[in-house]
Design a protein around this ligand. Structure first.
Ligand SMILES: [Zn+2]
Length: 345
């Protein structure tokens, strides 16, 4: 039995009553008398959160039931099933609401919180940890992929001297230059590790003029100066970064860093920032920012050649190669060189 209020449907008078259900029969009784009907003859309102529900007789009289869990229990005990639409509606709206809320939190975290956390953390990581990670990443790349440079020693000295002279203008982060060769199939390139290690491939120095190589060097130095590598790394591996900081085990980070550094998967924003910075540094050193645009175009042509060669040797078995992935996640070189040319004016 459930305590309810009964309205006779003719007046607004509210009367105390007791509601019970048995054998498909509804019985409402009080001091005013009693009403009977079968469950099929009454209309029970749909549940709406915690709002009172009504049980309405055919002649307009109705009961107001505040104890909705009690009513649900009575109905369930009587073997009455809520209309399918009601149950579906309740479950779906709860499920959809929860899903939407979860998605909103995840998207917000991904779009704002994670980059903000990465921006905050990157410059604050202990220098020794960053150095340790960079050293380990370079060692791992040396072991698995990179080859010793075949440049004549005097050429290395010459390039190092030119880059040191360029960096002497100030405002640039500390760096260490590394010369490496690569197996066939790897496009001419240069990349930066977070501690300031700039790795330059022999093929890049072959394809570019020395001044163009300096333009690329300036661009890579900006990735270091603004912690682009670390920021991407933290965003991409937030869980392992936290685990690494907590456990002091950086092996998973090193693995992520070595692939990320090589693929240079910086966001469009980071690339534009590095381009801008490099263009300014080139201007300060009395060089034209156009050197960077021509370097990018030559490197792209070199990557394209390698990409085609690679696709040919694999006879199209690999539908998406390194080059395509690289292109899809990168701002187009045409866009970037147009922006650099605009800066040069
Ligand atoms: Zn870059």
């Amino acid at each position: 039995m459930l305590a309810v209020f009964y309205y006779d449907g003719r007046s607004s008078r509210r009367q105390a009553a007791a509601l019970s259900l048995s054998h498909g029969q509804v019985l409402v009784s009080g001091d005013w008398g009693q009403r009977r009907a079968t469950l099929d003859e009454v209309k029970i309102s749909e549940p709406m959160g915690t709002a009172p529900r009504t049980l309405r007789f055919a002649d307009g009289a109705f009961c107001e039931i505040a104890d909705t869990p009690g009513l649900a229990a009575l109905l369930a005990a009587a073997g009455h099933r809520e209309a399918v639409s009601v149950r579906m509606h309740q479950r779906w709206s709860i499920a959809l609401g929860a899903l939407a809320a979860t998605l909103a939190v995840v998207v917000a975290a991904y779009l704002w919180l994670l980059p903000a956390a990465a921006d905050y953390l990157a410059p604050r990581l202990p220098g020794t940890l960053v150095a340790q990670m960079s050293d380990a990443a370079l060692a791992s790349l040396d072991q698995h992929m990179l080859e010793p440079s075949a440049l004549p020693p005097q050429r290395e000295v010459e390039i190092s001297r030119r880059m040191a002279a360029f960096a002497a203008q100030g405002g640039l982060p500390a760096y260490r230059l590394h010369f490496r060769a690569t197996p066939a199939g790897i496009p001419p390139n240069a990349f930066a590790l977070p501690a300031g290690d700039i790795v330059i491939f022999d093929a890049l120095l072959k394809e570019l003029s020395d001044d163009e190589a300096i333009a690329v060097f300036a661009h890579e130095l900006d990735h270091v100066a603004h912690h682009h590598g670390l920021r991407m790394l933290i965003q991409g591996t937030v869980i392992s970064t936290l685990a690494a900081l907590y456990l002091g085990d950086i092996s998973s980070l090193v693995a992520a860093l070595s692939t990320a550094a090589l693929q240079a998967n910086y966001s469009q924003g980071f690339e534009s920032e590095a381009d801008l910075y490099a263009a300014q540094a080139l201007k300060r050193s009395g060089r034209s920012p156009l050197l960077l645009a021509s370097a990018l175009e030559k490197l792209e042509a070199g990557a394209l050649k390698q990409g085609q060669r690679k696709n040919k040797t694999q006879e199209g078995h690999e539908e998406e190669g390194w080059f395509e992935r690289h292109l899809s996640s990168h701002p187009s070189i045409a866009q970037r060189s147009a922006a650099i040319k605009a800066l040069a004016d």
